[in-house]
Write a protein of this length. Structure first.
Length: 219
């Protein structure tokens, strides 16, 4: 159980404490294995208070992922717009690498649990979509995705527009599958005898960006 679930997002209000506890527990053991009673204990509130604010664990999970989506996409789109504005000011088309870096960075270098939870949420939606995951994706992630697809179009104008959609989708899939297997017993570390280990953040960033720049920009 996390020793300090409020370290990244301290707050005194009950609802905020429950959300912070949920983020920590969902990251460490997943949504399915977390109970409302456990959440209440970690948040320092009673179960009745947790149920009052969120009614159910599904409603709480939706609130958690919505909060993470807002946080991550604000950071990500800010970096993307800065990259595009700098290129425009110089009268050049934007470079592909900073576009990719702005997309990837929150998954592997964000504070707290945002990157892991975001990747798990997207993976959950792909494997077992629900009305909850669909609502969050449509509201918080579809507009962001369209902005990145448009940015790929600016960076790679020689490609057909349909290519930009495919390559964005492949980029997301690569990042999500890689980030969700970074634990001590991750498969890549086992296969390579520890030489290649996504648990080492600097290595993960280096090789992931290098691969995506080559694959997304190919042709």
């Amino acid at each position: 159980m996390p020793s300090d679930p409020f370290a990244q997002h301290p707050t005194d209000d009950t609802r905020g404490r429950i959300l912070s506890a949920a983020e920590a527990l969902f990251a460490s053991q997943g949504v399915d294995r977390t109970t409302m009673r456990e959440l209440a204990t970690v948040a320092g509130v009673n179960v009745a208070a947790a149920n009052y604010h969120f009614r159910s664990k599904d409603a709480l999970a939706e609130a958690v992922f919505e909060r993470i989506g807002q946080r991550v996409n604000t950071q990500r789109l800010g970096a993307l717009e800065a990259c595009l504005a700098a290129a425009q000011a110089q009268g050049q088309r934007p470079a592909l690498r900073p576009i990719i870096e702005s997309f990837v960075r929150p998954y592997i270098q964000s504070e707290g649990h945002d990157g892991l939870l975001l990747a798990r949420f997207i993976l959950q939606h792909r494997l077992n979509p629900t009305p909850m995951t669909a609502r969050i994706l449509e509201k918080h992630f579809d507009p962001m995705a369209k902005r990145y697809i448009a940015a790929l179009g600016q960076a790679l104008p020689h490609l057909d527009a349909v290519e930009h959609y495919w390559r964005y989708n492949f980029m997301v899939s690569t990042v999500v599958l890689t980030v969700t297997d970074r634990g001590a017993n991750n498969r890549l570390a086992r296969l390579s005898g520890g030489q290649a280990n996504p648990g080492r953040t600097e290595d993960l960033h280096h090789y992931l960006i290098r691969y995506l720049e080559g694959s997304v920009g190919a042709g």
